[in-house]
Design a protein around this ligand. Structure first.
Ligand SMILES: C[S@@+](CC[C@H](N)C(=O)[O-])C[C@H]1O[C@@H](n2cnc3c(N)ncnc32)[C@H](O)[C@@H]1O
Length: 361
């Protein structure tokens, strides 16, 4: 057992337990939420956990040896990620989750925290997981260039690896897909096109939008619960059709914003935190806010994402991964399928699923 830490397997929860429902800034996932779920001190550790703990100890020991031998960072992190993922896939979810604090309290962690992406995710400077600046590290946005520049050589080398893992490639694909959606919808529906981004982060997809640049949008509303992110959008897109709203999913659900209707509404990097019940509520609300012929798109990381083992432990960033069936369940619980054209599909590298729901015109 890791020094002084004891885990209660029976207290560890099934899929979704650590993925707290996001309703507003107060209920976002934080390290504390996760730790609170794991920090109990009961005695019923299972044999499976003991075996897994021993296997993990060996993996961490090997990694530590490789670090002392000054192996190239990519040669250290690559097999580590693969071994963690293999364990994650093989173990019961409860047992896997119980291993996270062991990794997070192991001296080997410091080495990986030299990577600015891992560090930002692990430390959660904004107080919650998956903030817009974390996405900037993934997008390799100039906003974080200085921070990367000031990282150690090891940190830079690790970042060279982590920024290109499948989930990060998929996030960049997702950003670019959103830009294409906006541009294509604007081209089809004309200068009155109205767009709503829910949980907009830094709205990086807008940077490359030709429709926005050429003034072919009526408005692109960006809603986020983090005032810092909203402030950055307001500054970066001043004088354009972009409008910002400091608001949460909860306020949107209550429809207090009186936002009007839209040609395109999307949520990227949000459903990965929402349990089905809230996801359905949000989907229903968004569909009600569409104009005839309008489209609602939501993205979700897909089951089978191969870097989840590292992300959930070293990065302390847990996402609710969904299957195609899970995506369809949300759609089917939200709308009469006779009223819409719906499609669920994988992104290019198969790590993100998209659900596109178009209201019949
Ligand atoms: C992973 S980022 C995604 C940002 C952006 N959509 C993208 O794809 O790059 C998640 C964003 O969701 C926002 N968020 C989280 N919970 C929210 C909530 N309940 N209401 C509104 N925004 C929320 C966070 O502030 C953060 O900016």
């Amino acid at each position: 057992m890791a020094e002084g830490v004891r885990y209660a397997i029976s207290d560890l929860l099934t899929k979704g337990h650590f993925v707290n429902t996001i309703l507003d800034g107060k209920s976002l996932i934080t390290g504390e939420t996760i730790a609170a779920g794991l920090g109990r001190t009961l005695d019923d550790r299972s044999e499976a956990f003991e075996t897994a703990r021993a296997e993990l100890a060996l993996i961490l020991h090997t990694t530590q040896q490789q670090i002392s031998q000054q192996k190239a960072p990519a040669e250290i992190i690559q097999p580590l990620m693969a071994r963690l993922e293999a364990m994650r896939l093989r173990l019961h979810a409860d047992v896997w989750r119980a291993l996270a604090p062991i990794i997070q309290n192991h001296p080997v962690l410091d080495y990986f925290l030299e990577d600015p992406l891992t560090r930002w995710s692990f430390e959660k400077p904004r107080g919650y997981s998956g903030d817009a600046q974390l996405l900037d590290y993934i997008y390799c946005d100039p906003h974080v260039a200085e921070s990367i520049e000031s990282a150690s050589e090891t940190g830079k080398a690790l970042y060279g690896y982590t920024q290109n893992v499948p989930s990060c490639v998929a996030a960049r694909e997702r950003r670019d897909l959103l830009t294409r959606y906006v541009d294509e919808i604007a081209a089809k529906r004309g200068a009155q096109t109205e767009v709503l981004a829910i949980a907009a982060g830094h709205l990086r997809e807008a940077k490359r939008s030709v429709a926005l640049r050429e003034g072919r949008l009526k408005r692109w509303v960006a809603l986020d619960q983090d005032p810092q992110s909203v402030g950055l959008i307001a500054r970066d897109f001043a004088g354009t059709a972009v409008e910002t709203i400091d608001g949460s999913v909860r306020t949107l659900l209550a429809r207090s914003h009186k936002l009007g209707t839209f040609d395109f509404i999307y949520a990227s990097g949000l459903y990965d935190y929402l349990q089905d019940k809230v996801a359905v509520k949000l989907t229903k609300t968004c569909l009600r806010m569409l104009k005839p012929g309008g489209t609602f798109l939501f993205a979700n990381y897909a089951e089978g994402n191969p870097d989840a083992g590292y992300r959930e432990t070293f990065m302390n960033w847990v996402l609710l991964l969904r299957s195609e069936a899970d995506m369809w369940n949300i759609i089917n619980a939200s709308v009469d399928r006779n009223d819409v054209e719906a499609r669920v599909y994988f992104g290019e590298n198969h790590n993100v699923l998209y659900a596109a729901v178009e209201m019949r015109g």
